[in-house]
Design a protein around this ligand. Structure first.
Ligand code: GDP
Ligand code: MG
Length: 162
């Protein structure tokens, strides 16, 4: 059976960009206007000769009331169907209430989690990424989904988790 990796996180943190980076194709829809990704979309991926399915998530209106709850509910569904989770946080924004709601879901699910600190486009961002240790999910992997910085180390950690 091919293992499943769910990509979870708030709108606009760069989940779809990271999915495209992982699959090496521009298939996941990236939008400057957040909230356009359909609920859960699977893509075939491979790293170091190991095949896996990566599931992009989204579909929220970022201005909706109760956004954090909606994200957490979506995360819950996606996590149940996954072997491991890649939790994406925007390191330039830092930890939000919605991120903390997702962390509670992830803890309850007990699945392996890899934490991606996205939008670390250069060395300066590394410090912001380190603050994500405060989520209590272990090491944050600084990455730039846009430019590819750090994606190799992140994918190595993902394979270990799957
Ligand atoms: P999603 O809503 O989480 O799927 O986020 P998207 O992948 O659609 O990206 C939202 C916005 O963030 C887009 O404008 C992306 O170009 C931008 N973005 C994504 N990853 C990065 C990154 O690593 N660095 C920077 N600077 N911008 C990024
Ligand atoms: Mg998206």
């Amino acid at each position: 059976r091919i293992p499943v990796l769910a990509i979870i996180g708030r709108p606009n943190v760069g989940k779809s960009t990271l999915v495209n980076r992982i699959i090496g194709r521009r298939e996941a829809v990236v939008e400057d206007i957040p909230g356009v990704t359909r609920d859960r979309v699977p893509y075939d991926a491979e790293w170091n000769g190991k095949a896996f399915t990566v599931v992009d998530t989204g579909g929220w209106d970022p201005d909706a009331r109760g956004l954090a709850e909606r994200i957490a509910a979506q995360a819950e569904v996606a996590v149940q169907a996954a072997d491991a989770v890649l939790f994406v946080v925007d390191a330039t924004v830092g930890i939000t209430d919605a991120d903390e709601a997702v962390v509670r879901i992830l803890r309850a699910a007990g699945k392996p989690v890899v934490l991606a600190a996205n939008k670390v486009d250069d060395q300066r961002g590394e410090l912001e990424a380190a603050s994500l240790w405060n989520l209590g999910l272990g090491e944050p992997y600084p990455v730039s989904a846009l430019h590819g910085r750090g994606s190799g180390d992140l994918l190595d950690a993902v394979l270990d988790a799957l």
